[in-house]
Design a protein around this ligand. Structure first.
Ligand code: 5GP
Length: 219
């Protein structure tokens, strides 16, 4: 996750109107918001794309996950992730703190339940940018959620992107590529697939899905 991104930090639950939201003014609605999940292999460009989608769409916010991964140099605690240790993470998990959680390439990741559920009840759309195992858990728990799989044009291109990003040592890159191969096989369980070949096109496709889902008559 690039550290320069300006994700919203976790808001104070007591004062939801004070929370900073990415993009233009939040679109408050009287009906619950949608829960979107953007999933796909590490390095495919999920964060780059969602940053642009949030800036363009308005009314949609991104959850900040908890992780045991080591903080990267330019990442901010509470903005990019809430960084914690394994013991605290396991405790939070036992206390039902997460909607979903997964172990990915040796680290734990989880999505805070209260924050997400409260935003949805306020009428905001929420997007989770998470790996495939977690996305499948969300699908089971929230049958109304909308799951988008972001795919690389080719596996060679994904490898190139992971190496160019240079945020991980070689053994971790190898682990993430291996995981990517498995994740690509699971893409059929999601609702939409967007191929990130041309970034503008991929952003437009994700935006189209968000807009279409807002117009959909729900059962
Ligand atoms: P990274 O370590 O590169 O920031 O993230 C590794 C993978 O974990 C990425 O695919 C990222 O989308 C995913 N991830 C980030 N937060 C969460 C989370 O809360 N839950 C799950 N299941 N995956 C997450």
């Amino acid at each position: 996750m690039p550290a320069s991104r300006s994700k919203q930090s976790l808001p104070k639950e007591s004062d939801p109107d004070s929370e900073p939201v990415s993009g233009s003014e939040p679109l408050r609605r009287t009906t619950p918001g949608n829960l979107f999940v953007l999933t796909g292999p590490s390095g495919v460009g999920k964060n780059t794309i969602i940053e642009r989608v949030l800036a363009e769409a308005g009314g949609i916010v991104e959850s900040v996950s908890v992780t045991t991964r080591k903080q990267r140099e330019r990442e901010l605690d509470g903005v990019d992730y809430f960084f914690t240790d394994r013991e605290s993470f396991e405790k939070m998990k036992k206390q039902n703190h997460f909607i979903e959680s997964a172990e990915f390439a040796g680290n734990y990741y989880g999505t805070p339940r209260n924050w997400v559920e409260n935003r949805i009840m306020e009428g905001l759309d929420v997007v989770l940018v998470i790996e495939v195992q977690g996305a499948k858990q969300v699908k089971e728990q929230f049958p109304q959620s909308i799951l988008i799989f972001l795919a690389p044009p080719t596996m060679d291109e994904l490898e190139k992107r992971l190496r160019t990003r240079a945020t991980e040592p070689e053994d971790v890159i190898a682990m993430r590529l291996d995981k990517a191969g498995q994740e690509m096989k699971e893409r059929d369980v999601f609702h939409y697939e967007v191929v990130n070949e041309d970034i503008d096109q991929a952003v437009n496709n994700v935006l189209s899905i968000v807009y279409a889902e807002r117009c959909r008559i729900k059962p």
